[in-house]
Design a binder for this molecule. Structure first.
Ligand code: HEC
Length: 133
């Protein structure tokens, strides 16, 4: 088939892309939560100061506080754990504690994060990132 006016097809495609928003997805979390750079900075600070004590700086479950824990925190580099765990479970454990997802009571709740969904989503991103290296 001979296209007489290929430019029209290109413009039509562009319009579809813009209208459906495919061109500007940004970094929204699956739940529709917007994660800002400030959220990510706060999450990194929280992970280092609160979570790494047990989970280890690289999420290997080998922080200094993990020695006395039973069960111990998981190694988040474990691909099987990553694929068996949903984003919702991760976020729920972070805000409401391990007991809320049938895990150890020693995973404490972080009620102050309830009002900060962006920071919670950014912490979930950190947990996920340990499975990618
Ligand atoms: C006092 C030690 C401790 C601290 C501090 C801690 N955790 Fe945990 N965390 C645990 C333990 C123990 C578990 C449960 C492991 C199990 O039952 O399999 C856990 C479980 C979790 C889970 C549930 C998923 C899973 O199956 O392992 C997530 C997600 C998590 N922690 C993230 C965090 C984040 C983020 C922080 C910081 C805001 C944090 N934890 C602080 C000890 C801790």
């Amino acid at each position: 088939m001979k296209l007489h006016c290929p430019g029209v097809a290109v413009v039509a495609l562009l319009i579809i892309v813009v209208l459906t928003g495919q061109g500007c997805k940004g970094s929204d979390a699956p739940g529709g939560v917007k994660i800002t750079n400030a959220d990510r900075q706060e999450a990194h600070q929280i992970f280092t100061t609160r979570c790494a004590a047990c989970h280890g700086q690289f999420g290997r479950g080998d922080g200094p506080g993990a020695a006395g824990l039973n069960p111990k925190p998981r190694n988040y580099a474990d691909a099987a754990w990553q694929s068996a765990t949903t984003d919702e479970e991760i976020e729920k454990a972070i805000v409401y504690g391990g007991a809320a997802v049938g895990k150890s009571l020693q995973m404490v709740a972080n009620p102050d994060l309830q009002a900060k969904p962006g920071v919670v989503a950014a912490l979930r991103e950190i947990v996920r990132s340990f499975g990618k290296d």
